[in-house]
Design a protein around this ligand. Structure first.
Ligand SMILES: NC(=O)c1ccc[n+]([C@@H]2O[C@H](COP(=O)([O-])OP(=O)(O)OC[C@H]3O[C@@H](n4cnc5c(N)ncnc54)[C@H](OP(=O)(O)O)[C@@H]3O)[C@@H](O)[C@H]2O)c1
Length: 258
């Protein structure tokens, strides 16, 4: 299947590494002009150069902290000015911290809200006029399998991402008439630094990952490019009639039926 994203402009947030980087690489490989954003300017520039080296297509790096409203506004303005259009928005951010419910104070809740829910609302609101102007668009949110099954110590993730699920459903309803689709992709365990950092010190990483994989029907941890493949499909014309959904990429790990 040729996903052909030539002439499309994609914003990919939280993209210096991990899932965001894999998604930016995959979109770029399909011909999209990609604008990536995350906080560390040097890491971001390195990633942009690396992706360009692989795909040969233009990749622009603009540093941004997605939890800072002013910075996000400036980022979207700069991104829109770069190629004069925005076709694809990939919302993503660092994950909230893991702990028991009783250990999170108001400050932790506020930070998680700004990073994992408000940031997605802001970027979506800011790209909307650009997508309305071209008469089409794709908004894709990276959330977590924690919206489908309880994952220990993930109350901040679950609470914020359930908000994204509700928001995306509403946005799919309101944006449909503009030919803009809105979908969520929910990773299970995908091998990135975030997952590696959950392994307690002193434990052999390979053994720990093998242990985690035991509960996954496909018997292994996922690869970032496997999640990126779904996002790239959702970003393409082939997914024009898919909107308002949450799709898991978890090797079958979530046993819930709904
Ligand atoms: N990997 C998994 O198995 C998995 C499973 C479920 C959910 N998720 C979720 O998927 C998302 C991505 O995870 P990942 O595994 O790709 O993580 P990762 O490998 O740790 O990468 C995180 C990326 O986010 C950027 N970032 C962090 N905070 C940011 C901020 N405030 N503003 C802008 N960029 C920011 C980081 O760059 P800077 O630090 O330079 O900003 C980096 O590029 C997270 O929300 C995570 O919770 C992942």
């Amino acid at each position: 299947m040729n996903l052909n994203l030539t002439n499309k402009v994609a914003i990919v947030l939280a993209a210096s590494k991990g899932l965001g980087k894999a998604i930016a690489t995959s979109l770029s490989a399909e011909g999209a002009k990609v604008i990536i954003g995350s906080r560390d300017e040097n890491e971001l520039a390195k990633t942009a150069a690396e992706i360009h080296g692989i795909t040969g297509n233009e990749v622009i790096a603009i540093p941004v902290d997605v939890s800072n409203g002013e910075a996000v506004k400036e980022f979207i303005e700069q991104a829109a000015a770069k190629f004069g259009r925005i076709d694809i928005l990939l919302n993503n951010a660092g994950g909230p911290s893991f702990n028991k419910f009783e250990n999170f104070d108001d400050d932790a809740w506020q930070k998680a809200f700004e990073l994992n829910l408000l940031s997605f609302a802001r970027t979506s609101r800011l790209v909307l006029p650009h997508m309305q102007k071209t008469g089409s668009g794709r908004i894709i949110n990276i959330i977590s399998g924690s919206v489908k099954a309880v994952l220990a110590s993930s109350v901040l993730s679950t609470a914020m991402r359930m908000g994204v699920v509700g928001m995306a459903k509403l946005m799919a309803d309101e944006f449909g008439p503009y030919n803009i689709t809105v979908n969520n992709v929910a990773p299970g365990m995908i091998l990135t630094d975030r997952l590696k950092h959950t392994i307690p010190q002193g434990i052999d990483p390979e053994q720990a990952l093998a242990e985690k994989a035991k509960n996954i029907p496909l018997g292994r941890i996922g690869k970032p490019e496997e999640l990126a493949a779904l996002v790239t499909f959702l970003a393409s014309e082939h997914a024009a009639y898919i909107s308002g959904t949450t799709i898991q990429v978890d090797g079958g790990a979530s046993r819930g039926i709904f």
